[in-house]
Design a protein around this ligand. Sequence first.
Ligand SMILES: Nc1ncnc2c1ncn2[C@@H]1O[C@H](COP(=O)(O)OP(=O)(O)OP(=O)(O)O)[C@@H](O)[C@H]1O
Length: 347
Amino acid sequence: MVMKAPILESRHVTHRFGGQAALKNISFSIEKGEVVGVIGRSGAGKSTLLRFLCALETPEEGQILLDGIDLTKQPENRLIEIRRHIGLVFQHFNLLTSRTVASNIALPLQIAGRPRREQQERVNELLELVGLAGFGEKYPSQLSGGQKQRVGIARALAANPTLLLCDEATSALDPESTTSILNLLTDINRKLGLTIIIITHEMDVVRRFARRILALDHGKLIEDGTLIDFLSDGGQKKTLQPLLADIRPKLPNDVAQQMCETDSPGAAIIMRVVHSGEGVMPPFFGALAQRFTLDAALLQGGVTTISGQPVGDMIVSLRGERRDEAVEFVKELVKSMEVLGYVPHHP
Ligand SMILES: Nc1ncnc2c1ncn2[C@@H]1O[C@H](COP(=O)(O)OP(=O)(O)OP(=O)(O)O)[C@@H](O)[C@H]1O
């Protein structure tokens, strides 16, 4: 097997502010072409990590390697050069209002001293790529939030970066523009094979966009995996639950009111089931009901497709004499299963 060299590595990164650790022993490695979401609540350490990843600051301990180069060991003049190869996309776009769209996009090329002709050609290419052909002579004030962010993305891509770092890139946008920007980033990843890291506090954004999720909590890396890993571990790891709360199906109120912790004869078992879709689509529960003569109901949730992969997160209820047999059967097929409680039988 050929081992690919990582494009970005964080090795045992620790950093403190006034004795308080903001990042604790953070290690991960990202390969070229990956799409990674870094998620965490306010104060988790996302911005601190971002500043290290883009070589704006150096951690107290540990190393950051970009394409094999240790950013923590480079002199400032080398870092200036390295930063040119890191595309940054900001929450509030950071466009220069007195410059046209074309001139905003050309800025990194101008700073790098590229010839005017080359700048123009590259700007036209980028306008096309981000779906803004014909917008070059407009000013930022004439654009919608989503369009401004397209300009921000085009500018970040101008110098052919090794890596695109998006800092809360959709947090200032309405849901429709958020979707279009996430689609654009997915498209860019596919077309250019560019490595993209999106840093956000919104689980819905990483759920829809990132094939791999890194979760930070109080400066610690508490999860590094796919959405399915995240959902499966959410049952056991308490620290993941607040992050997942936004996207998980919730127990319907009437069921929550009737549910108790102890099983009793004839009770329905209420379970959260996470699975990768194959063979466990909602009709499966109909077949299960028939096979084990059960009352089986999908109470909440379903299957969504993430990066072409079906991901199921459902709350189901099973009641019947052969209920426990059915539970064992389901357990073999799914990624994880968590018993939430029991609803007693009222004849
Ligand atoms: N310059 C600083 N001086 C002192 N403490 C800081 C500084 N920057 C960050 N911190 C602290 O480090 C911790 C992590 O902060 P950080 O800004 O990285 O979190 P975050 O996940 O980006 O949060 P948010 O989403 O609110 O921006 C917090 O406790 C914060 O108060």
